[in-house]
Design a protein around this ligand. Structure first.
Ligand SMILES: Cc1ncc(COP(=O)(O)O)c(C=O)c1O
Length: 413
């Protein structure tokens, strides 16, 4: 066992927290050096009382910001009534939430899980079961290069980024990866053996890359032609974040998947994931074929119902502030040669740089702005849906200060 001592000058309590994690946790996370204590709205405070503007919301989870009064009230009430009862019994909230998700998604039947990756596992089981009962050999799944679908073995098997997969191979057989937005490659890869096609409407972890509408339509057509299920991963790009309930509703006319998975913002920080499926896909799963002990408990479901009520009121603001945010980022980007592109929809935005973004994330944190960097070079912004134009301006001013610093340093070289 390692003994831990606080380096001189560091806050002792903070150091103790970090040392305990160093000594007792798997060393899989490389955390930023920040210990958070509380939040309100779009703001967070660390253990030393320093304030931060939250533009990442726990990687797209705290959609209503922190300590939203309606969410706090519902959690308090429900925690005193019933937190968990398992799926052996009915409770008052799972049915109404499923109805709500069916109405917003256009997909009739839901299954509740506890995370994005667990929802994706269930979706893959639906795809496999659909293939097996349709024809022998119908076992293949098509997924996209640069995608991210989760860390469990099935979800990892359809994740098109070698850095997440390599250590755990061999993974699920029968998965083929095709380049995003290449309709000819998709058409060449699909066959009667394809059981499912899995896509993110906007690739998140892969660097905020929206898929072209024509590509999504072609995926729908090919899935229909070959009787494969079209699965949309809306875990990061859905549930209000793009300014519509789900990213496939950005298309006009919308394209409906057979199966949709969502998670992150659903229960505003309590773990909850969902699979929504049309009747055709849902009929592949019969009694006893899937389940979860925790999934869809009364506390998480009641919070999610409250969240959907608030989301209905917020969708126009997400579109308005999202467009404003994007304009401000584009204005900013035009002034600096190291900004390659601004991408995204609604409140899912990214700036691609011509250099690694990690140091910028640390510098932004020092200035009181929390952002993150994905794909090494893409600054990612997933702010709470309640963000205001003023809070956009505040963060953009910080980015401008940091970008100026880089320009000055570059000019001095
Ligand atoms: C598109 C997408 N799919 C799946 C996942 C996995 O979700 P979770 O971390 O809740 O398991 C993520 C997480 O970032 C994601 O962005």
């Amino acid at each position: 066992m390692t003994t831990s001592t606080a380096p001189a000058g560091m806050d002792a309590a903070e150091t103790q927290i970090k040392n305990l994690e160093r000594d007792y946790l798997l060393q899989n996370y490389s955390r930023y050096p920040l210990v958070l204590r509380r939040g309100r709205g779009c703001w967070l405070w660390d253990v030393n009382g320093k304030k931060y503007l939250d533009w990442i919301s726990g990687i797209g989870v705290n959609a209503l910001g922190h300590a939203h009064p309606r969410i706090v009230r519902v959690i308090r009430e429900q925690a005193a009534l019933l937190v968990h009862c398992s799926n052996l019994y009915y409770h008052e909230f799972q049915g109404p939430l499923a109805k709500r998700i069916a109405e917003t998604s256009g997909l009739q039947r839901c299954f509740f899980a506890n995370s994005g990756t667990e929802a994706m596992e269930g979706a893959l089981k639906i795809v496999k079961a659909h293939g097996n009962r349709t024809a022998p050999g119908k076992t293949e799944i098509l997924s996209l290069e640069n995608s991210f679908h989760g860390r469990t073995l099935g979800a990892l098997a359809v994740t098109g980024q070698p850095k997440y997969r390599t250590d755990f191979e061999p993974l699920l057989p029968g998965v083929k990866f095709v380049p995003p937005n290449d309709e000819a490659a998709l058409e060449a890869a699909v066959s009667d053996n394809t059981a499912g096609i899995v896509i993110e409407g906007i690739q998140g972890e892969g660097g905020i890359y929206p898929l072209a509408g024509s590509y999504i339509r072609r995926a729908r057509d090919l899935a229909d032609r070959y009787n494969a299920l079209l699965v949309f991963d809306e875990i990061q790009c859905g549930v209000g974040r793009p300014g519509t309930h789900y990213s496939y509703q950005l298309l006009d006319p919308p394209v409906l998947p057979d199966v949709m998975v969502a998670a992150k913002p659903l229960a505003c920080g309590l773990p909850l994931g969902v699979i929504a499926a049309n009747e055709k896909a849902a009929s592949a799963i019969g009694p006893g074929m899937h389940g979860s002990t925790f999934g869809g408990g009364p506390l998480a479901c009641r919070v999610a119902l409250e969240f959907f009520d608030i989301l209905d009121e917020l969708l126009p603001a997400i579109r308005r502030v999202g467009a404003y945010f994007r304009d401000r980022l584009e204005d900013l980007g035009k002034r600096y040669g190291f900004v390659k592109e601004v991408r995204g929809r609604g409140l899912m935005l990214g700036i691609e740089l011509t250099m690694p973004g990690k140091q910028l994330v640390l510098d932004a944190m020092a200035e009181g702005l929390l952002i993150n960097c994905t794909h090494d070079v893409v600054l990612r912004f997933l702010p709470p849906y309640i963000i205001t134009e003023k809070e956009v301006d505040k963060g953009v001013r910080i980015l401008k200060k940091l970008f100026n610093r880089i320009s000055v340093a570059g000019a001095a070289l």
